[in-house]
Design a protein around this ligand. Structure first.
Ligand SMILES: Cc1cc2nc3c(=O)[nH]c(=O)nc-3n(C[C@H](O)[C@H](O)[C@H](O)COP(=O)(O)OP(=O)(O)OC[C@H]3O[C@@H](n4cnc5c(N)ncnc54)[C@H](O)[C@@H]3O)c2cc1C
Length: 263
């Protein structure tokens, strides 16, 4: 089974600050990590490889330093890493990101399954998986927390809903977006991490020409949305902490909620 896993490198925080003057993200001093949901996608891919055989390709779009995320994915058990990195890709919105990833997947060619995280902790849109599936005209199942059965033709998975779950059969090839409940990701293999540091890891870096796209189709130029202004919302109200005896605190809290007609 040939599996492609989409991996995004993100800042190791959910509280990204904005530069008040430029509106840009302030990433200085913040470490980068593999997006948490993507580690679960990788673990699922490695599990499938261990039981069904096959090959895992990791695909990431990002700046040159995103090679670290690809290296770590290889150390977790992927076989081939591809980093899409080109100045032309900068400033991409979710449409341009999905299009670029989709074009690279077309170049990779044969695959049975594409796995990605449900949502990135920085961009937070949860749009990439569904958009890539749409671009490639694939069946998609989102919010997957259990992979029940897989064969070359179809798979049965469970997806989490707010108030329950759905059991879905999908024809292969398909794209799944996965959530953290799916599994417990393994630690990267130290020997493979060392190989990556010594630049022995099988990682290719592809630019726009490699995937046959023109500058106007990708990055800021190819984006359908444009950010007019970015700002952090000002806190409008002050919070109140009720301290002391639990019963008394609950009484005060319910009193306040009733007073404000919230219950
Ligand atoms: C107008 C505009 C301009 C932007 N400019 C920039 C910019 O200059 N620099 C910048 O960093 N961001 C920029 N962004 C944000 C960028 O578009 C998103 O971060 C990106 O499209 C991914 O969306 P997301 O983070 O919401 O991912 P989600 O849709 O939440 O991610 C879901 C899953 O998709 C996969 N995935 C997502 N992104 C990637 C990726 N890059 N490579 C591989 N897999 C991936 C992962 O498996 C992930 O778990 C811009 C956005 C807009 C709207």
């Amino acid at each position: 089974m040939n599996i492609i896993v989409l991996v995004k490198q993100v800042p190791d925080t959910t509280e990204v600050k904005l530069d008040p003057k430029t509106g840009n993200l302030m990433r200085e001093g913040i470490d980068s990590i593999i997006n948490p949901d993507d580690r679960h996608a990788l673990e699922a891919a490695v599990n499938l490889k261990e039981t069904k055989g096959g090959k895992i390709t990791v695909l990431s779009m990002g700046p040159p330093q995103a090679v670290d995320a690809v290296s770590e994915a290889l150390a977790m058990g992927a076989d081939r890493g591809i980093l899409l990195s080109d100045a032309a890709f900068a400033g991409a919105d979710t449409w341009a990101t999905s299009y670029t990833l989709g074009r690279a997947i077309k170049k990779i060619g044969r695959y049975d399954l594409i796995l990605c995280g449900r949502q990135a902790i920085d961009g937070d849109t949860a749009q990439i998986g569904p958009q890539v599936a749409d671009y490639l005209d694939l069946p998609q199942v989102s919010y997957v927390y259990h992979i029940e059965k897989v064969n070359r033709k179809s798979m049965v998975v469970k997806r989490r809903l707010e108030d329950g779950f759905e059991r879905v059969r999908a024809a292969m090839p398909a794209l799944l977006t996965v959530i953290g409940e799916l599994n417990l990701p393994r630690y990267p293999h130290v020997g493979r991490l060392i190989d990556a540091c010594r630049e022995k890891a099988p990682i290719e870096v592809w630019n726009a020409a490699d995937i046959g796209v023109e500058t106007r189709e990708v990055g800021l130029e190819g984006s359908l949305t444009h950010v007019i202004k970015t700002f952090a919302p000002k806190a409008q109200r002050e919070g109140e902490i009720i301290e002391g005896d639990v019963k008394e605190s609950v009484r005060i809290l319910t009193g306040k909620l009733k007073e404000n007609r919230l219950i």
